[in-house]
Design a protein around this ligand. Sequence first.
Ligand code: ADP
Ligand code: MG
Length: 253
Amino acid sequence: MPKVIAMAGKGGTGKTTISALLIKYLKNRGITPVLAVDADSNANLNELLNLKVGLTIGQVRKELKGDIPAGMTRDQFMEMKIHQALVEESGFDLLVMGQPDGPGCYCAANQHLAMTMDHLGENYPVILVDNEAGMEHLSRMNLRDIDLLLVTSDPSARGIMTAKRISDLTGPLGVTIKKQCLIVNRVPAPAPAELRHKIDQAVAESGLELGGLIPASADLVNQELSGESYLDLSEDTPAVRTAFTIFDRVLAD
Ligand SMILES: Nc1ncnc2c1ncn2[C@@H]1O[C@H](COP(=O)(O)OP(=O)(O)O)[C@@H](O)[C@H]1O
Ligand SMILES: [Mg+2]
């Protein structure tokens, strides 16, 4: 079972949606507790899970730069703050990264933070990171080893090319990625033959394996609109069932 699962893909292609469905899957399968990390500076995974977020890691980092309460070491203070930032739910905990530091800030606070995050991660069988489009976060978060990278795409030729490019770009980041799978999302039924051809081509020419195709789903749209948690979607919802089959496949070794 992979330990660190991370999402990648162009904005709007379904990274957060698939993250929410994957949390649901891992909960259902009893692969818990999951540490879900929302690494999008415009955090919104919590919304799909119908959860409120208080403190973000960005805010913790800021507090660390200020005065520490008397009688506490910086490490103790940080540990306490990170636990405050953790939204604890049944089967998973959610950590929201919030706003990143300015570029190139490798100050002591960041180093400390990365170490504490590493330490925190040891308590979970699975860490799931929902990213924004870029992959810089992964290296910034001190996640050097990713067991499974899920690259999402919309059902267009350019989308598939972009997913392939994202996959090609992971090399120089200094992050080791064991397995990368392509998930094409919001696919119309039936999937156009030309789309299948483009997918096969991208998979043949890259390090990507095909995870699968998720249909365009009014159920997902309606659940989001109603503000109800994706965790409460029925497993019989076709898009959920398809996603679960994909997860079965990509998580099998
Ligand atoms: N399979 C799907 N069917 C219909 N709508 C979807 C599907 N997957 C995602 N969406 C919708 O597309 C939008 C973008 O998805 P999101 O997961 O937020 O993308 P990302 O995190 O990659 O930016 C959301 O409004 C979401 O509800
Ligand atoms: Mg997102």
